[in-house]
Write a protein of this length. Structure first.
Length: 289
């Protein structure tokens, strides 16, 4: 009998949801599961949620599963499996790998990396960067993360902090970020940032809109409204595209990548709306050969 194909479990820990997938070595997704992060309930609850997702997929993968990889926001020490700081989760020196190993129903290695690094490597191996040794990845979800591949290698910097683009201050007089700085990129270029922008414009009464400033206002509602021509939602998307264009222009000038890859929940859902504004900014700000 032929040996079972080796499988792995990948986990994406976000500020609002945790998603897990059972995959093979070709990157094919065989099964998925997700749950709310519920970070307000504390670190132990988040760990239990991650472990529950892993255990659910372990049942499906059985003995073919050879390891578990976890992408976490924030600053990560991959060798130690520790999340040094993740402001959106209120984590400080959390031994994520050890926590999960102690909670899962199998004796398997658990690897932890920055979520944006895991995502850019995924694109390099299986996605939009397969044939491109020089590209930039921007993951736009609840927050904003970045990863860079130069000459086929992931750029991590001295302490695995390279391309922490979400906390580049674009406006020192801007909104206060969870990290303590003002005007960080992810306060405007993210699902959360878009909702905050919409709420500010709703308060101003400057634009006609069908949106209401409710507690459960979401970026998806803003995207849907913009697609229908809503004045306020369109203004929010245009402003977000302008900020995103400036970020991409910076990468283009400094790194000269062949490709920019946009991912993340908000990034993928709003891409068609953001692209025209991003292109306008790039035409104005990037030198052409």
């Amino acid at each position: 009998m032929a040996a079972a194909e080796p499988l792995a479990i990948g986990v994406d820990v976000g500020a609002t949801k945790i998603a897990a997938a059972l995959v093979n070595r070709r990157g094919d997704v065989l099964a998925t599961s997700r749950r709310p992060t519920n970070r307000q309930q504390g670190t132990a609850v988040v760990m239990d949620t991650i472990a529950a997702l892993v255990n659910e997929l372990l049942v499906q993968g059985d003995t073919a599963v050879t390891g578990i990889g976890i992408g976490s926001p924030g600053l990560v020490d991959p060798e130690a499996g520790i999340v040094r700081e993740a402001v959106n989760l209120d984590w400080q020196d959390v031994p994520l790998a050890a926590h999960i190993q102690s909670r899962i129903a199998a004796d398997l290695p658990v690897y932890v990396h920055r979520d944006a690094y895991a995502e850019v490597l995924g694109e390099a191996y299986f996605g939009a960067g397969q044939d491109c040794p020089n590209f930039v990845y921007l993951g736009i979800g609840s927050g904003l993360g970045g990863g860079v591949i130069v000459n086929g290698q992931l750029v991590t910097g001295a302490d695995n902090r390279a391309s922490e683009i979400g906390h580049l201050s674009l406006d020192t007089h801007g909104r206060l970020c969870n990290c303590g700085l003002h005007g960080c990129a992810e306060t405007v270029v993210s699902g959360t940032g878009v909702v905050n922008q919409a709420r500010e414009l709703l308060d101003s009464g400057e634009y006609p809109t069908t949106l209401a400033d409710t507690a459960d206002l979401t970026s998806r509602q803003i995207i849907a409204a913009a697609e229908k021509g809503d004045g306020l939602a369109t203004a929010v998307i245009q402003k977000t595209a302008c900020w995103l264009g400036q970020i991409i222009a910076m990468y283009a000038i400094i790194l000269n990548p062949r490709r920019i890859v946009i991912g993340g929940g908000f990034g993928k859902e709003a891409f068609h709306l953001l692209l025209p504004g991003v292109r306008d900014v790039l035409r104005q700000r990037v030198l052409r050969s």
